[in-house]
Design a protein around this ligand. Structure first.
Ligand code: FES
Ligand code: FES
Length: 163
C-alpha cells in the first residue's frame, strides 16, 4: 500500500524484473523515468513520451503498457517486467534468437518494446497470421528495418514455440 510523506512523495512497493523495489517517488513521476532512473532498467527506451512510438513498452501485471503513459505510483503493488525478463546472451528467448538470425534490428532503439509486445501477444495468440503481427507492430515505430524482418522473426519465434 502506498503512503504520502510530508514532502509530497509517495512510497511505493512493487516487483521489477523479479526484484522487490520500494521507493519514495513524486506522484508525477512517469513509470518510464522511474524504471530507467531508480530501477536502472535501461532496456526501457524513451522516444516520443506520448504513447506513439512504443519504445517504452513494458508489462504490468501481465499486460503490455506504455510506460510513458503511466505514473510510477500506479504500479504500487504490481509486477513490472521489462525486456530484461526475456533472456540473456547465453540463453536467449526464441524471439531474441530469431531477431538476431533475421537481422530484425539495426539501431535497436525500438527492439525492447517490440520484444515485450510480441512476447505478450504470443502468449494469447500462439499461431498468429502475418497480418496479425503487422497489426501488432502498428503500435511500434521502427525507423531502420522496414518492419519485414521483424514480422518474419516474430512469426519464426511463434512457430518455434509451438514445437
Ligand atoms: S516513449 Fe512511450 S510510446 Fe514513445
Ligand atoms: S531498429 Fe532502429 S528504430 Fe527499429
Amino acid at each position: 500500500m502506498s503512503y504520502c510523506s510530508k514532502d509530497g512523495r509517495t512510497t511505493i512497493s512493487l516487483e521489477v524484473d523479479g526484484k522487490r523495489v520500494k521507493a519514495a517517488v513524486s506522484p508525477r513521476l512517469l513509470l518510464s523515468d522511474f524504471l530507467r532512473g531508480p530501477c536502472a532498467a535501461k532496456g526501457v527506451h524513451v522516444g516520443c513520451e506520448h504513447g506513439v512510438c512504443g519504445a517504452c513498452t513494458v508489462r504490468v501485471d501481465g499486460q503490455a503498457v506504455r510506460a510513458c503513459l503511466m505514473l510510477a505510483i500506479q504500479t504500487d503493488g504490481s509486477r513490472v517486467e521489462t525486456v530484461k525478463v526475456l533472456g540473456i546472451a547465453d540463453a536467449m528467448h526464441p524471439l531474441q534468437e530469431r531477431f538476431q538470425a533475421r537481422h530484425a534490428l539495426q539501431c535497436g532503439f525500438c527492439t525492447p518494446g517490440i520484444l515485450i509486445s510480441a512476447q505478450t501477444y504470443l502468449r494469447e495468440h500462439p499461431a498468429p497470421t502475418r497480418r496479425d503481427i503487422e497489426e501488432l507492430l502498428s503500435g511500434h515505430l521502427c525507423r531502420c528495418t522496414g518492419y519485414t524482418p521483424i514480422v518474419d522473426a516474430i512469426l519464426d519465434a511463434a512457430e518455434l514455440e509451438r514445437r
